[in-house]
Design a protein around this ligand. Sequence first.
Ligand code: CDP
Ligand code: CDP
Length: 221
Amino acid sequence: MSGIAILAIDGPSASGKGSVAQRVAEALGFAYLDSGALYRLTALAAQEAGIDWSDEQGLAQIAQSLDVRFEKDLTFLGGQDVSGLIRSEVVGAGASKVAAFAAVRQALLARQRNFAVAPGLVADGRDMGSVVFPGARLKIFLTATATVRAERRYQQLIARGESADLVAITRDLQSRDERDAARKEAPLRQWDDALLLETSQLSLDQVVECVLSWWKTRTET
Ligand code: CDP
Ligand code: CDP
């Protein structure tokens, strides 16, 4: 893993991690890891198997044996296309609950590290720079105000033709961020070795440009 270039992007919900990480990975010709999808898939698979989101050992077994396939923009669980299903707020909240358990995080660790292939990987989540890839060449903490993030999520749902309620989105997003930041295991936090990128006033293009220029500077020194 040590010879493979890793760019870690962590941050709160709807800060733009996924959109930025995918575009940066494409520009650099790197693989991409959406670590949040694995927690969402664990929550969904548990729900389908009738395992409670509070049953740590049951959840860890589910996480360990996830039958997942990522194919372009699609995500398959046991052969079923669950790309839309895992993006729901209910599954997002479930992901945040199951992600608080040490045994679940441990069960997903090796699977995440397996995404690191030459020439490099862009990984997004909450603990990419702190736990999963502590040796990452560049670590970024991507954020924006809660109001801006809720508005982004709202616009994203509207663009997909889904119904959206800005008040409910704001409430869900805040309670998920609070849970993610307060937990003992891999809490959501900007660590000392991560560069802060506050994106409230920036377009997606501007953020991607900034990340690529930081990457260039970091890899040239
Ligand atoms: O992965 P994460 O939840 O952090 O965010 P996302 O799903 O990648 O982004 C949420 C939405 O914000 C997407 O529709 C992006 O196009 C949009 N957006 C952004 O990501 N960055 C900006 N600077 C502006 C908008
Ligand atoms: O796209 P968004 O930022 O809203 O969520 P996500 O990245 O898909 O993550 C869903 C949930 O999984 C988060 O609220 C976290 O609780 C958890 N997660 C985590 O604990 N560690 C990660 N590396 C990624 C996600």
